[in-house]
Design a protein around this ligand. Structure first.
Ligand code: PLP
Length: 424
């Protein structure tokens, strides 16, 4: 097949600067090579610097990163650690969480948010989400707080800050600590305050897929209290101070200097990458509108009270058609992901907690509807066009379960492109 043959090309002049797109092209869900290629020399030189320094665990690169990120996150202290998962564990350890304690957390999140709770012998209490933002519902949190609650653990999911004001108010009234899981959301804000600076402790991940990603595992804790920061610092290195004297039982949760060196190079570009992601989110919005799909699918909501950093662009696919759409896109080499196919309350390892799947109806529904589309620095407008055109093609060529025909406006949009699509 000749990818540039006219029959395979689509005039897209009605959309911004996109002039024509080859709809046969594949679109990766994430391409880290595009992010790293322009930084190759600088990263390589930073890594050589670490080799030459001989300081491989903690050390100057890690300290530099801690200073930059504390300022960026509007906190007085940042404590670098080995991963976002260990950050969560360390945060709960620093707050003395253990058996008999309850921690309120969303079920619609990555496993690590809650595994940290269980690893310490405490009990997670799952709160349902606000279906508009996917973030934990403050009303649910208020409903679940009781005397055994020691921590509220909101997650700033997909890059959007949770509704922190009411959560902080509940915590203050009941004297409960707040640990923010900001793993996906560095740079996000709620009412002008950066994630990680609002609760007692913030937990960040630099897993490679994150907006600021290392080249391996790495994480960070933020705290405004010097006492808490000092405890976190001790706990991340076996509670050892001075050398071989242990006042606390900590863990090996130290960051290695290679990861810090990479992150120090990449940190300079974080704000530009966030801007690029925000533009891509707007581009998707325009394209879904253009194709008449904005009311067929549910597009992600960005709260006017928050600064979304778009770690993920997650749509909702109604009528039980998410998996079929995903397959349609996969067959045409358009990458997507499902974050998350099950709420944690449905996971086999948490069955002993006694939740029925529909005990958290919004989480249950979201897990069956959500589909994350490609969004990353370097993704082109043409590629975004292909993603949305392929989704339009799906709705044109298949009928919904309820056998409702595609809306007329959608049919018209798709008619315009159908001649340029390959055989399904
Ligand atoms: C919401 C959330 N919490 C915690 C983590 C754990 O971070 P890490 O992979 O760095 O251990 C992640 C990582 O994917 C996450 O998305």
């Amino acid at each position: 097949m000749n990818p540039s043959s006219p029959s395979k090309r689509l005039a897209c002049s009605s959309f911004g600067t996109v002039n024509s797109c080859n709809l046969d092209r594949s679109v990766p869900f994430l391409d880290l090579k595009r992010i790293h290629a322009p930084l190759r020399e600088r990263i390589a030189s930073a890594l050589v610097g670490v080799c030459d320094s001989g300081a491989f665990v903690l050390g100057p690169e890690v300290e530099r990163l801690e200073h930059s990120l504390a300022a960026y996150c509007q906190v007085s202290r940042a404590v670098a650690c080995s991963s976002g998962s260990e950050a969560l564990l360390l945060a709960l350890m620093a707050l003395g969480i253990g058996p008999g304690d309850e921690v309120i957390a969303p079920s619609f999140t990555f496993f690590a948010t809650v595994s940290a709770v269980v690893r310490l012998g405490a009990t997670p209490v799952f709160a349902d989400i606000d279906p508009a933002t996917f973030n934990v519902s403050p009303l649910e949190v208020a409903r679940l707080v009781h005397h055994a609650t020691k921590v509220i653990l909101p997650v700033h999911l997909f890059g959007q800050a949770a509704e922190m004001e009411p959560i902080l108010a509940i915590a203050a009234r009941c004297r409960i600590a707040v640990v923010e899981d900001a793993a996906q959301a560095i740079g996000a804000e709620h009412l002008g305050r950066r994630v990680g600076c609002m609760g007692d402790i913030g937990c960040f991940s630099f897993y490679p897929t994150k907006n600021l990603g290392a080249m391996g595992d790495a994480g960070m804790l933020s705290a405004s209290s010097p006492e808490i920061a000092e405890k976190l610092r001790l706990l991340r290195a076996h509670g050892m101070q001075p050398r071989y004297y242990h006042s606390l039982i900590g863990i090996n949760g130290r960051m290695d200097a290679f990861q810090a060196a990479v992150l120090n190079v990449k940190f300079e570009f974080l704000e530009n990458w966030i801007s690029e992601r925000s533009e891509q989110a707007e581009t998707y919005r325009g394209l879904f509108q253009e194709f008449g799909l904005a009311d067929v699918l549910r597009l992600p909501t960005a709260s006017p009270r928050a600064r979304h950093v778009w770690n993920q662009f997650v749509i909702r696919v109604p009528d039980g058609r998410r998996d079929a759409l995903r397959q349609h896109l996969a067959d045409r080499k358009v990458g997507t992901e499902i974050y998350y196919p099950l709420g944690l309350h449905e996971q086999a390892c948490f069955r002993h907690l006694g939740y029925a799947p529909t005990d958290l109806p919004e989480t249950f529904a979201a897990a069956r509807d959500v589909l994350a589309l490609p969004i990353f620095p370097g993704l082109t407008r043409d590629e975004q066009y292909v993603v949305v055109a392929r989704i339009a093609e799906f709705y044109q060529t298949t009928k919904s379960r309820s056998q409702v025909a595609a809306p007329l406006f959608l049919s018209r949009s798709v008619e315009r492109i159908s001649s340029s699509l390959p055989e399904a």
